[in-house]
Design a protein around this ligand. Structure first.
Ligand SMILES: O=C(O)Cc1cc(O)ccc1O
Ligand SMILES: [Fe+2]
Length: 474
């Protein structure tokens, strides 16, 4: 039985593997045997290669997939600049993010945002509901990244598709399910799950459970890898087999030629942070089979094998890295995706929350659910759907109350983060904040720094103080 868009039973079957060479056929025999490009591929399909790296990239980095589809992707009328800004009923500046060359604001202050708005208007879909919050670099030279939030109240049109030429998109679902139809098959991405849609892959996002909100990171350079495990050994953190790419699933909505079909599929592309559109007569979701190692996938954060100290001191958060996008400097990431899942704290004689910190890397944090052990929750705090940014060398750490609590806490084993999950996009690059992120969204918490650290208490004692001297004489 072919797996078509109508066959829901088959829709959510997945394969397993990270950076594996996989293959999937919705119709048995659709993949050519022993070669990629036969004179006449099976079932009259077209063979099309999708390259995720240069042809000549080293073998261990080389990424490509062969797609076997009813019509080739090139068969479309020319793209035009997106005729109207992404639909938004309530936010005139919402499209600023798409404008090429938008000025980013570089500021050393700690920033924190209240939860970003939902799409009350129900006018926004996943694409028009994407907002750039912060970023660095430039898609033109394939360097850097963009950090986004999304809020959407309606599904993308059944006859629409989106792809980004700018980079791989890591999606962190925070509220609501994303039913993502890709050229490679379907992915259901729920809160506490993530997905990565590689550069160039076309997709369409449906909202089966209602409005959605979440975070996303677009990587303008390279691809995500699993972090090295070093002395941890051969298992732990995110295990490769828990990454789930889809199985092939196609629609046949194509005419006798590429331009004769009756369909009107709107394809939108994000190209250098500007949107372009075309309308084609045939579905872009016509891939009957594929094989390769360049594919979209999802990952359930609940499967993360969290590791921590069983003796003393707070380890660096790099032990919580799910995925990393390396730069050319060893051990230095363009972006790390790090999570803070529920875990046992047993450290002895240890200040257990995150230490006070100034980092050469920038730290953008979000909260999927629950709370975070070094930050106050509740209104005005660090709460689900909100975010914080501690840029290059901006001091941060537990707020005064968390610090005092942790100083005095009885150090018995405790489980922290039960029912919660914070995450961090950590980058070696200095983050610029978009106009939308700084002003238009109206979510920046004015008093963040003062509220958090204004009340940090001095515990300093001079050497001649009685208490210190008696301690030294002991
Ligand atoms: O809360 C943060 O700032 C992130 C963070 C977490 C941690 O466990 C150690 C260092 C660090 O920067
Ligand atoms: Fe930090």
């Amino acid at each position: 039985m072919p797996v078509t868009q109508f066959d829901t039973k088959e829709k959510y079957r997945y394969q397993n593997g990270f950076d594996s060479h996989l293959e999937s056929e919705a119709i048995k025999g659709a993949l050519p045997i022993g070669q990629n490009s036969p004179q006449k591929p099976p079932y009259g399909l077209y063979a099309e290669k999708l390259s995720g790296t240069a042809f000549t990239a080293p073998r261990h980095e080389n990424k490509q997939t062969w797609l076997y589809r009813i019509l080739p992707s090139c068969a479309h009328p020319p793209y035009q600049p997106s005729p109207s800004p992404p639909a938004s009923s309530d936010d005139a500046d919402a499209t600023a993010q798409w404008a090429k060359g938008e000025k980013l604001h570089y500021i050393p202050n700690q920033l924190r945002w209240d939860p970003f708005d939902h799409d009350e208007s129900k006018h926004l879909d996943f694409v028009s509901g994407l907002r750039l919050v912060a970023g660095a670099g430039d898609p033109v030279v394939k360097q850097g990244l963009g950090m986004f939030v999304y809020a959407a109240g309606r599904s993308m049109d059944d006859k629409s598709a989106f792809y980004s030429a700018d980079g791989d998109l890591l999606i962190v679902a925070q509220e609501g399910d994303l039913d993502i139809r890709t050229e490679f098959g379907w992915l259901l991405v729920r809160p506490m799950e993530i997905a990565v849609i590689p550069r160039g892959v076309k997709y369409q996002v449906h909202l089966p459970s209602g409005p959605v909100r979440g975070y996303a990171l677009e990587l303008y350079q390279g691809h995500f890898v699993l972090p090295e495990l070093g002395p941890i050994g051969s298992n732990g953190l995110a295990n490769p087999r828990d990454f789930q790419p889809p199985v092939a699933c196609f629609s046949e909505d194509c005419g006798a030629t590429a331009s004769e079909g009756g369909g009107r599929y709107t394809v939108t592309v994000k190209f250098n942070n500007a949107l372009f559109q075309t309308e084609q007569a045939h579905t872009p979701f016509d891939v009957v089979a594929w094989h390769g190692n360049y594919y979209p996938f999802k990952y359930d954060l609940g499967r993360f094998n969290t590791i921590g100290t069983i003796s003393y001191d707070h380890p660096d958060p790099s032990i919580f890295t799910v995925l990393s996008a390396p730069s050319s400097v060893a051990g230095t990431a363009v972006a790390d995706f790090v999570i803070f899942p529920p875990r046992w704290l047993v450290g002895e004689d240890t200040f257990r929350p995150p230490y006070y910190h100034r980092n050469t890397m920038s730290e953008f944090m979000g909260l999927i659910k629950g709370g975070y052990d070094a930050k106050r929750g509740g209104s005005g705090g660090f709460v689900p759907g909100g975010a914080s940014l501690h840029n290059v060398m901006s001091g941060h750490g537990p707020d005064a109350a968390s610090h005092e609590g942790a100083r005095e806490a009885e150090l018995k084993p405790v489980k922290v983060g039960e029912g919660s999950c914070a995450f961090m996009f950590e980058s070696s690059l200095m983050m610029g904040v978009s106009e939308w992120g700084l002003r238009t969204c109206k979510k920046v918490q004015e008093g963040y720094s003062e509220e958090s650290w204004g009340g940090v208490v001095t515990h300093w004692k001079r050497p001649e103080d009685k208490e210190v001297r008696s301690h030294l004489l002991e």
